[in-house]
Design a protein around this ligand. Sequence first.
Ligand code: 13P
Length: 276
Amino acid sequence: MTLATLSEVLTPALREGYAVAGVVCLGWEDARAYAAAAEAEGLPIILQAGPGARAHMPIPVWARMLRHLAEAATVPVVVHLDHGKSLEDCRVAIGEGFSSVMYDGSLDPLDRNIADMARIVEMAHAAGVSCEGEVGVVGYDGGAASHGTDPQDARRFAVETGVDALAVSVGNVHLQTGPGAGLDRAKIAAIEAATSPLPLVIHGGSGVPQADRTALARETAICKFNIGTELRQTFGAALRQTLAAHPTAFDRIEILRATEAPLETAARKVLRGLRP
Ligand code: 13P
């Protein structure tokens, strides 16, 4: 059994200068492929169930499925709630067996975000569960705008909540299907100086080119990159290819299983890129 908390994988990452992938899981085939990729690379991984996944499948099912993969692995696997929207979301996830929860109060005023996060950290830590919070707003490609993280806000948040990892807005944007404009190194350094030794998290990791991820993992306190879109593009391409090659295929298992090998290959590349 290698179920791990976020702290258990991010503390050595920060110390040794690498980062861990937080991969967006939407079903059994992708989650299994990501766990297999981590196993094949001998590296830790964070399997995440975000709002879309939870709208599609009940959280108790996610908890059991991801814990099953963690328990079968020999590498550390974190079972992580991504973008919990309330204390109740986090309480339910902890009760179902998630080993890590992210609370996203980034759209609330800072005082409210801090107060809510502090209550969640207290509840989570009492259960042996890690917590990630967010200060500043990470926007969406073609959607909601970003609001950069203020280093002093980040410091207050870190000190007053006792959170284990902090998601920051430094030029990163969710759902980019190609390289973005690049991350703001000066802002990252300022946040790091204000929050050290807190591990930092980049949401919207798909928009950060692999070479930049490698450098940031080695040179900054960024210890976790959330990667969704990039791998979902691999899934879509594999699915289309399978259906085109087998126009009469109708068996769900057969069709979806064909996505696992390409997903595992793509995830292995992502994982290797974070471990310079
Ligand atoms: P991308 O889909 O842009 O990689 O972002 C994933 C993410 O940040 C999930 O929280």
